[in-house]
Design a protein around this ligand. Sequence first.
Ligand SMILES: *Cc1c(COP(=O)(O)O)cnc(C)c1O
Length: 384
Amino acid sequence: MISIYQPSLGKEELSAIEDVFKSNWLGKGPKTDEFIKLFANKLTTSVHHGVAFVMGNPNNLLTVSSCTEALFQAIDLYVQPEDEVILPSVSYIGAGNAIVAKGAIPVWCDVDKHTLNPSVEDIEKHITKKTKAVIVLHFSGVPCDIKRITELCSHHNIKLIEDNANSPFSRVDSKSTGTFGDLGLWSFDSMKQLVMGDGGMIYCKDIDDKSRLDKMTYMGLESKSGFSNIVDNKWWEFDISSPSRRSITNDIQAAIGIEQLKKIDTQIVKRKLIHDTYNKELKNIEWLQVPKDLPSNVTSSYYMYHIQTISKHDRDGLAKYLRDKGIYTTFRYYPLHWVKFFNSSHIKLPNTEYAANHTLCIPLHQGLSQEDVQLIITAIQEFK
Ligand SMILES: *Cc1c(COP(=O)(O)O)cnc(C)c1O
């Protein structure tokens, strides 16, 4: 079976893990600090005069146990029960869970029919006095209209959270996605582009948010400096600022992440090549549509490749046909307003419904050989 996602891990990661074992320090420590620093170097957080840019600052970043946990932390940081949070229905389930678990209200917005990204207009329509935060997703790695969404949110004094799990190194005008909003969230789970088993990253625009999250991801413990001031000879005494979970990463994960960071640029180039080959070979099939070319000011991370069948009947048929040929496909993300638990099925989101019935994500990862790609293309061409 050709899988839809696949990590690329090898002897470099294994030997990095070995070094951590030898150091006898497995917990969060020097490797995590190093990973954060190297990760910051890969981000560009501001653009001056449209050309020059500023590297990410490690002081704005913290690692977390997963991106799901990052979503829960983000909601805990900004949202109170009864507040409204706007997010596209085409979102990751953990985003909906975090809002509902808080006792807040998810307000589902529609997406672009073809890109599956939320638009400024979709979001603006749903803003009320109770709106506290907006969560956006850059679907498949292609940035949404994040500059205008950022302006809209700051105009209304609404917190903006970017779920950057699909777009780890995407950019708009040379500025990294994940650094436009108040918080940007990354995932390093085993199906993502940069893999560390499990893990995530949070970028905080505001350094005070970063210090609060440092505590909230570690039992709410007050910072070391604070407590060594209060307690000089009884170092086992402590206080907490909030009753929080333990959501940190360890140096084994960080050691894997450091090696993965060295490979990521080459992997994105490889994914882009496959993406471009699909676009070229599939665009003339009359019963389907391929993604449009990107505007020249944005770059994608090429996390997913999706096609859309003109007829909804064809989508399900094609998925089965390809699976029988050993090619696994799927649809991401099943609309959350259709999830029974959220009790929102009365809401009408026409573009989301179109997307959910016509879209199929086909394999895209750096482990695909040229033969695999050709096999997938031929299978799709021969479907009818
Ligand atoms: C994978 C994913 C997450 C969750 O990441 P974990 O690290 O597995 O918790 C969140 N959002 C999106 C869009 C994802 O694809």
